[in-house]
Write a protein that binds this ligand. Structure first.
Ligand code: GZL
Length: 355
């Protein structure tokens, strides 16, 4: 056999080896999908594709951990996890990848409320039940999901407003003395100037917390919401926006920050501006989530109150899927409850908490 034919044969042989080693399993968008090796998944395990919206906050990390710790092999599950990095287009890709892999269930924490009908219709057409966690979708077709697990964000916002009412009442500044001539502007020093650091716009948490707080605020003519701006639930963006708000407003009395991570950034900004915050501070701070570091900040006196948003949503999700697998009814809507923690009680109330 001449040299040319020997080289051709060698190329064919190498090509055949290469082909036999590549997996015929669907190629995954590997940069954000961590999965157990589903090649050897016990066929009795329930395969779950979990599209988490991101890893933007301590709360999100606790939420992810709770779900990952519940959907384990020992509980009858095999989990494929995807991090959407706070972008809806990533989550839509992840859901399509789960559909292609023919998972048994899809669990998703939707980063924002709108834009899910198309991809969740594809999941329903593929007969893959969808469980929503933490945040809700805005849809007219409630058949697109079989269950939702999360907290009541509107109630959390209202709790913030009710706490501020009580706090101001105790300070003697809840409401101005209703002046006779309502046409006159309120006395400047009677105004309670409030800034709101909002979470990701169009997310259930931002919508609910904003509305809940505003529905309390509207009863107090001296509550003056001077600015509402999104810090996208991150510490860095929260600090950046708070720096800007402090430059624009030199008379801020109250900060309502829609998650602890933005609060941590805001506290840095307030201190760098030479101001104080929290208990007996220049700026009263109301925060949301109640992660461990928020208790540190309350013990330090930098935060007045934290409205808890319980991230431990893994167990109810596992229970719901197990019931559906047994052919039993499962609740369409399941709330996990939270509390309100004040600085003065933080050191005792944090005992025994697991996030
Ligand atoms: C609340 C959740 C929010 C948290 C933030 O249910 O959606 O998203 O409050 C997280 O910490 O980023």
């Amino acid at each position: 056999m001449n040299k040319k034919n020997r080289i051709i044969l060698l190329i064919i042989f190498i090509g055949l080896i290469a082909l036999s080693s590549c997996s015929l399993k669907p190629l995954k968008n590997l940069q954000n999908i961590e999965s157990e090796n589903t090649d050897d998944v016990d066929s009795d395990l329930i395969i779950i594709g979990f599209s988490q919206l991101g890893s933007e906050s301590d709360w999100r990390s606790a939420n992810t951990k709770s779900i990952q710790n519940s959907l384990i092999n020992d509980n009858g599950f095999s989990l494929i996890f995807a991090n959407g990095r706070q972008k809806q287009e990533n989550q839509i890709k992840d859901v399509r990848s789960f559909i292609f892999q023919e998972v048994d269930y899809i669990v998703i924490a939707p980063v924002t409320e709108t834009g899910w009908d198309t991809v969740l219709t594809e999941a329903r057409d593929a007969k893959i039940p969808v469980v929503l966690v933490d945040r809700m979708i805005d849809t007219k077709d409630e058949s697109l999901y079989v269950a939702w697990v999360g907290t009541d964000k509107y109630e959390e916002g209202a709790k913030a407003g009710l706490w501020l009412e009580e706090y101001l009442e105790n300070q003697g500044t809840l409401d101005t003395v209703l002046q006779e001539d309502k046409s006159l502007p309120l006395e400047e020093d009677s105004l309670i100037n409030i800034v709101v650091l909002e979470g990701t716009i169009d997310s259930t948490a931002q919508i609910g917390r904003s509305q809940g707080f505003e529905d309390i605020a509207e009863h107090h003519e001296n509550w003056n919401i001077v600015a509402q701006e999104s810090g996208d639930f991150t510490k860095a963006k929260g600090k950046e926006v708070m720096i800007k708000l402090l430059q624009e407003h030199d008379d801020i009395d109250v900060l309502v920050s829609q998650n602890d991570d933005m609060t941590f950034g805001a506290i840095e900004a307030i201190h760098e501006a030479g101001l104080t915050c929290g208990v007996n501070g220049d700026i009263t701070i109301i925060s949301f989530d109640a992660v461990s570091k928020a208790f540190d900040m309350m013990e330090a006196g930098f935060i007045n109150v934290v409205i808890e948003c319980n991230p431990l949503q893994g167990p109810p999700i596992a229970e719901i899927i197990a019931r559906l697998e047994r052919g039993e009814e499962a609740p369409k809507i399941s709330y996990v409850e939270g509390q309100v923690f004040e600085a003065q009680n933080a050191s005792t109330e944090r005992i025994g908490r697991i996030y």
